[in-house]
Design a protein around this ligand. Structure first.
Ligand code: FMN
Length: 313
């Protein structure tokens, strides 16, 4: 399946495994790349030495292109950027901050730059500043989210942009991939579907919670303060929302989140940890290998696309 994205990254299928802090490690990223998509190592909150080790490990596990994500809120982002430039990975995705000051540096190191953006204005800005592609991430997604949905982003951003646009947020099967391609996207990025994969290092209780959850299984916390996170409903989200309703001070709310993005996937704290996950949960019914997930995406997308010409007037 060829698109502008597969050509840009030299990959077989237009599917990225979205970076997931504390979850998407070298083994997951390499498994996705070996299956024909492109995996991404999530470096958010991680030590520099861990990032170096994981990039090295991924290089031993795959000879296919893989990416690295930098969370631009991280205090040591400059050091991480230097390290990634030295390691010469295929591409980076950049989120949670202004990517523009870093685009040239990556490009000079021969690394393709793919910022994650939540609206048309930022999409145009990163294109004007030399990004190679961009990811529009709708609020159906797991993790930190913006305010627009994936469909409204595809509708409004894609016609304005010439570089490849990758749609993210709520893609968990091949019908979604087909829909994104029909909308003019060059590919998709999926996170939650790969969380529930065999190669994902996350705690089995967190993976099982994703498999067990259905379409109403997530909650957004922090919406009013513009620090929105979508995660599975649990004691932590109930408590957070209770405190938000009571106008609790910001420090109390942030205390409730401290270390929680880590404790669910790493320690298996599924009650008080944050199991960040997107809304398209009902179709995730088992933990599969990345190869099965990618093959399902492609088979279902091809089936869906073959039905389109048969549409009756
Ligand atoms: C557990 C989790 C952690 C995430 N962490 C990051 C991150 O560190 N950096 C980032 O750019 N995006 C992050 N995301 C967003 C994903 O890369 C991806 O865009 C999103 O999961 C797509 O929506 P979906 O979950 O519906 O597939 C995270 C998502 C999840 C589910």
């Amino acid at each position: 399946m060829k698109t502008k994205l597969t050509e840009l990254l030299n990959i077989k299928y237009p599917i990225l495994q979205g970076a997931m802090a504390w979850i998407s490690e070298a083994r997951l990223a390499a498994a996705v790349s070996n299956a024909g998509g492109a995996g991404i190592i999530g470096t958010g909150g991680r030590e520099l030495s861990w990032v170096k080790e994981q990039i090295g490990l991924a290089k031993t596990l795959t000879d296919k292109p893989f990416g690295v994500n930098v969370v631009l809120m991280d205090d040591d982002k400059e050091e991480k950027i230097d390290l990634i430039c030295n390691e010469k990975v295929s591409f980076v995705t950049l989120g949670a901050g202004n990517p523009v000051p870093y685009i040239e540096k990556f490009k000079n190191a021969g690394i393709k730059v793919i910022p994650v953006v939540p609206n048309t204005k930022l999409a145009k800005r990163v294109e004007d500043n030399g990004a190679d592609a961009l990811i529009i991430e709708g609020m159906e997604a797991g993790g930190h989210i913006g305010k627009l949905t994936t469909l409204s982003l595809m509708t409004q951003v894609i016609p304005e942009i010439n570089i490849p646009v990758i749609a993210a947020g709520g893609f968990a099967d091949g019908r979604g991939l087909a829909a994104a391609l029909v909308m003019g996207a060059s590919g998709i990025q999926a996170g939650t579907r790969f969380y529930a994969s065999k190669e994902c290092a996350a705690h089995i209780d967190a993976k099982n919670a994703i498999v067990a959850a259905g379409d109403m299984g997530t909650e957004i916390t922090g919406y009013l303060s513009n620090h929105s996170i979508r995660s599975l409903k649990n004691k932590a989200t109930d408590k957070y929302i209770e405190l938000e309703k009571a106008n609790a001070p910001a420090e109390e709310l942030s205390k409730l989140r401290a270390g929680k993005a880590r404790s669910a996937p790493v320690e298996g704290d599924v009650e008080w940890g944050l199991i960040q996950a997107g809304q398209s949960l009902s179709v995730i019914t088992s933990i599969k290998s990345c190869e099965e997930i990618i093959n399902d995406f492609i088979r279902e997308a091809e089936e869906a696309l073959s039905r389109v010409p048969g549409t009756k007037k």
